[in-house]
Design a protein around this ligand. Structure first.
Ligand code: PLP
Length: 232
């Protein structure tokens, strides 16, 4: 049995500890609970423990959970939903209509569709560009050389708000290699901030590497298994 309350306390302690090591304020690092594959009952426990930001990877699954939670009166405070998975262009509408953020935008076509499909009565859709930092062919994400151009394209779309970048680094046991990737992302983030002062989100760090990510400047860690238990 996973104890979600204890897990969240433990994750928050890890965040605080990593922040302290580099003299950062814990308040500068947001915790996104990644609830993919996990039932609404567990999301409810995380909500009762105080979390309000949830990440989903699959369009249909995320949509169904959002609908279910909107009907459930136990969730009386607003929840912010983040789409963080690969997004195909034929699935953008449900995302544009139901999520608050998309952190996995890696090409202009997707951004354009999200912009066109974002309902006018909703606030702008918050966007992070996903960067493929390791250059692995199998990974989604825009390349380092393209990220500046994609940022300027996304910034020109009126129904989107460019908030920053997201990345999943190459899996490695080598801490130096890992932190070099995180540092390179931090550099791009700083460069983008010079052009777009409203950018405030460097989304990097998951259950296995949140300490390194925070040491290298992450402003949002995306934590799944350390909160909800391992996935099948
Ligand atoms: C699944 C997932 C996570 C969470 O991973 P854990 O290792 O379970 O913490 C974070 N970000 C993305 C993009 C994911 O797909």
């Amino acid at each position: 049995m996973t104890n979600i309350f204890e897990n969240i306390i433990c994750v928050k302690q890890k965040i605080a500890h990593a922040a302290e090591q580099v003299q950062r304020e814990t308040a500068q690092i947001q915790l996104l609970a990644v609830s993919k594959t996990k039932p609404v009952a567990l999301i409810k426990q995380a909500y009762q423990a105080g979390l309000r930001q949830f990440g989903e990877n699959y369009v249909q699954e995320g949509f169904e959970k959002i609908q279910q939670i909107q009907r459930d009166s136990d969730f009386d405070e607003p929840i912010y939903w983040y789409f963080i998975g690969p997004l195909q262009s034929n699935k953008t509408r449900l995302v544009a209509e139901n999520f608050d953020w998309v952190q996995s935008v890696d090409r202009f076509k997707i951004a354009q569709r999200l912009n066109d499909q974002r309902p006018i009565e909703l606030p702008k859709l918050n966007i992070c560009l996903q960067v493929n930092i390791s250059g692995e062919q199998s990974k989604s994400g825009t390349t380092l050389s393209q990220v500046i151009e994609l940022a300027s394209q996304v910034n020109s779309l009126p129904r989107l708000k460019l908030r920053g970048i997201m990345a999943i680094p190459e899996k490695t046991e080598n801490i130096d290699l890992l932190e070099n990737q995180f540092k390179a992302l931090h550099n791009i983030y700083k460069k983008l901030q010079q052009c777009y002062p409203d950018i405030d989100t460097l989304s990097m760090g998951m259950s296995g590497d949140l300490q390194s990510a925070i040491r290298c400047g992450s402003t949002m860690v995306r934590i799944g298994s350390d909160i909800f238990g391992s996935r099948n």
